[in-house]
Design a protein around this ligand. Structure first.
Ligand SMILES: C[S@@+](CC[C@H](N)C(=O)[O-])C[C@H]1O[C@@H](n2cnc3c(N)ncnc32)[C@H](O)[C@@H]1O
Length: 252
């Protein structure tokens, strides 16, 4: 039984170990953001879609956990294939806990997380000498009523140089407002990278002051990684994956 990171989208970004396990799997339980070309690497395996959209869950988490346990108990080689890295906002930790509770031996194969890969494919290094020496990855998807595990935007606003927000598109206006209210300059550059590392990658660039409006005008939809910080400006020189470096506000 293995929890395998599929990488952010480009199927070439799965690890050698992940691909090895995938190729000899009997059962593959996969997420919505996993590229179909990776599934083709396991043609004889039973493939089960478990994936989630932010509002609609194909299978509740408890059922996914139970499914993994059931197949593993039958002696099958099970690969739980998850977008990006299994332990970065992927609920891989919960699945590992369920396996541990059921005393099923498992392996975790880390993946290339979209938190790093989407900015990289947009030409944005998260740290850069003289520009940024720290970064944080946070979720933008949180309920106001959830007191546990809430992101402390007030402290984060000035605590790190680069902020990477996953699942943050819906709450982008509030996030930008909170960061500015707590001391981050309104002129701080922001990039929204949609479908990073895929043929559909598109990037919208602006500042904390206007990024929400730019996203709205571009009719941007998830999945999006939001990068906030001065490193975003490097994209003008480093946008290697885009056809050309685009001016601020442009959409690929
Ligand atoms: C439930 S989280 C899973 C993150 C995943 N475990 C990872 O490490 O990348 C889903 C969010 O990841 C981000 N995401 C995943 N793949 C992406 C991609 N190719 N481009 C942009 N954002 C992506 C989006 O913010 C999306 O809403």
């Amino acid at each position: 039984m293995a929890l395998v990171g599929a990488g952010p989208g480009d199927p070439g970004l799965i690890t050698v170990r992940g691909l090895e396990l995938l190729r000899r799997a009997d059962v593959v339980v996969y997420d919505r953001l996993v590229d179909r070309r990776l599934l083709a690497e396991a043609p004889r395996a039973r493939r089960i879609f478990a994936g989630k959209a932010s509002s609609a869950h194909a299978l509740p988490q408890e059922q996914i956990n139970a499914l993994l346990v059931r197949h593993a108990r039958r002696g099958r080689r099970v690969v739980r294939l998850k977008g990006g890295d299994p332990f970065v906002f992927g609920r891989g930790g919960e699945e590992a806990e369920a396996l541990a509770r059921a005393r099923i031996p498992f392996e975790v194969v880390p993946g290339v997380t979209s938190a790093i890969a989407a900015p990289a494919y947009a030409g944005i290094p998260l740290t850069h000498r003289g520009v940024a020496s720290s970064f944080a990855v946070v979720t933008g998807h949180e309920c106001a009523s959830e007191s546990q595990g809430r992101v402390d935007w007030a402290r984060l606003a000035t605590a790190v140089d680069t902020l990477v927000v996953l699942m943050g598109l819906e709450r982008l206006p509030q996030i930008a407002r909170e960061l500015v209210a707590h001391g981050r300059a309104a002129a701080t550059p922001v990039a929204l990278v949609r479908w990073g590392s895929t043929d559909w990658q598109e990037t919208v660039v602006g500042t904390l002051a206007d990024i929400a409006e730019r996203a709205r005008r571009a009719r941007l939809e998830p999945p999006v990684v939001t990068v906030i910080g001065d490193v975003v400006a490097l994209r003008e020189r480093l946008a290697w994956f885009d056809e050309q470096a685009l001016p601020i506000g442009a959409v690929r």
